[in-house]
Design a protein around this ligand. Structure first.
Ligand code: CA2
Length: 148
């Protein structure tokens, strides 16, 4: 079965526990269930991972490439705004499609959240759509694959 990798970065394991006004009341486990259910409906498998460590995210991006996943949905958390290593990793696996997702609309938040180092190398950036944004990102990867 085709696999898609869903990567969540630092602090996203805190979903539904803290800052519910910002990120919602659903927890990380419910995000995994959502993605696995929606992937199954589309005949693919969602391999969901979360880490608070930058190097893990780089390793997983490379793994998705070497193991021939169909694409990556990634919410890099705060590493979005700081990590050239992540940007380089996304650039290095091209043309593997990577879609960046943010639960909140980062363009409406603090100035330091407006920059994304990896966005220039991503197929798209989806922001402010909550958990639904992850499903939209998966669909973009599937549509992109059909065109290829
Ligand atoms: O909006 C997003 O999805 C973010 O990627 C979330 C990051 C933030 O640094 C980005 O600027 C935007 C933070 C993730 C923290 O997640 C938490 C979830 C619940 C409680 C506390 C933190």
């Amino acid at each position: 079965m085709k696999k898609i990798m869903i990567i969540n970065g630092p602090n996203l394991n805190m979903l539904g526990i803290r800052e519910k006004n910002l990120y919602g009341k659903e927890d990380y486990a419910s995000l995994i269930h959502l993605m696995q259910d929606e992937a199954a409906k589309r005949g693919i498998e969602a391999d969901c991972r979360q880490s608070n460590h930058e190097g893990d995210l780089v390793d997983w991006i490379q793994e998705a490439y070497f193991k021939e996943y169909i694409g990556i949905v990634i919410n890099p958390g705060a590493y979005t705004h700081t990590s050239i290593a992540l940007a380089d990793a996304v650039k290095a696996v091209a043309p593997l499609p990577v879609v960046e997702v943010h639960i909140t609309d980062i363009s409406e938040r603090e100035d330091f959240r407006h920059i994304s180092y990896e966005a220039p190398y991503c197929l798209d950036q989806i922001k402010g759509h909550g958990f639904k944004g992850y499903v939209e990102a998966m669909d973009e990867i599937l549509e992109h694959q059909e065109k290829a």
